[in-house]
Design a binder for this molecule. Structure first.
Ligand SMILES: Nc1ncnc2c1ncn2[C@@H]1O[C@H](COP(=O)(O)OP(=O)(O)OP(=O)(O)O)[C@@H](O)[C@H]1O
Ligand SMILES: Cc1ncsc1CCO
Ligand SMILES: [Mg+2]
Length: 267
């Protein structure tokens, strides 16, 4: 595993423009997370401009949290632009187990070769079961109802079938390309108590991917994010203050801090 701090350093040096088609809940926190980390966010989803904007961005994140049919079309169009230009795009399959509409849209999006898929355990189990045609777990809306370990086989299968890096987030994150796999033990239990921190994480992964190999870049992004959570919990012990302290930690963490504090191990 290449030094995690190197990836943070590269991301900040590039300050990539990250195009996000995300949900209404996530937009503000996601843009603030990306700015604090050192990237440049833009939330753009309207059909008349989404392809043109994707042409400007260095990376794209797509999130189905508050989906509608026009947004689904916009997601496909933006992803097609990225793939044609060999630029990375990241999928967050929010609540994919919950409804047939989410499953249909995700099936179309998976065909467009995301570089990385990051979701919670229930989402990765449900997504992997789409191709297999079986039901799978449904989760609890946008929240996970399964432990990370229960999604590891699904993550490997999904990675192998899609050619994507698949990351399952939770107390200990699991990241695989279908062959190699890593665990990241950074993080804090207050993180899932703030809405859309997982959504915002996908923007950070997209930023880390620019010009970098997907597997180690994703591992580094997750370690950075979790370490910021640990640092935030030293300053604030409840969700409201934690959110502010988390943004501060994303901003103040250095590449040296990350290299020293990353809890990364081969699975
Ligand atoms: N219990 C926990 N302990 C430590 N870290 C956690 C815990 N749960 C989640 N995390 C961390 O929180 C971040 C977000 O992951 P999470 O699994 O909560 O995403 P999510 O379920 O998609 O969230 P959302 O849909 O609300 O955006 C990740 O960095 C993950 O490592
Ligand atoms: C709460 C919620 N509902 C739809 S998207 C979202 C943000 C967390 O995924
Ligand atoms: Mg989520």
């Amino acid at each position: 595993m290449t030094d995690t701090g190197h990836f943070l350093n590269q991301m900040r040096a590039t300050a990539p423009l990250v195009h996000n088609i995300t949900n209404y809940v996530a937009m503000n926190i996601m843009a603030n997370v990306l700015l604090a980390a050192g990237a440049s966010p833009a939330m753009v989803h309207a059909l008349p401009e989404v392809e043109e904007f994707a042409g400007l961005a260095q990376a794209l994140s797509v999130n189905i949290g508050t989906l509608d049919p026009d947004w689904a079309t916009a997601m496909e169009h933006a992803a097609q632009v990225m793939v044609a230009a060999q630029k990375p795009w990241v999928l967050d399959p929010v609540g994919v187990g919950a409804t047939r509409f989410r499953q249909q849209v995700c099936t179309r999006l998976l065909a467009l070769r995301p570089a990385v898929i990051r979701g919670n355990a229930s989402e990765i189990i449900a997504l992997a079961s789409l191709g297999a045609g079986s039901g799978g777990a449904t989760g609890k809306g946008a929240d996970s109802a399964d432990p990370v370990e229960a999604a590891e086989a699904a993550a490997r299968q999904l990675a192998a079938s899609c050619g994507a890096v698949v990351a399952v987030s939770g107390p200990v994150d699991y990241i695989t390309d279908g062959v190699d796999a890593w665990r990241v033990a950074n993080g804090h239990p207050l993180m899932p108590r703030i809405t859309a921190l997982g959504c915002a994480l996908n923007g950070v992964i997209a930023a880390f991917l620019v010009g970098q190999p997907a597997l180690p870049a994703t591992v580094a992004a997750l370690a950075y994010y979790g370490l910021a959570g640990e640092r935030a919990a030293q300053a604030a012990q409840a969700p409201g203050g934690f959110q502010a302290a988390f943004l501060d930690a994303l901003y103040t963490l250095t590449p040296q801090d990350l290299s020293a504090g990353a809890k990364v191990a081969r699975a």
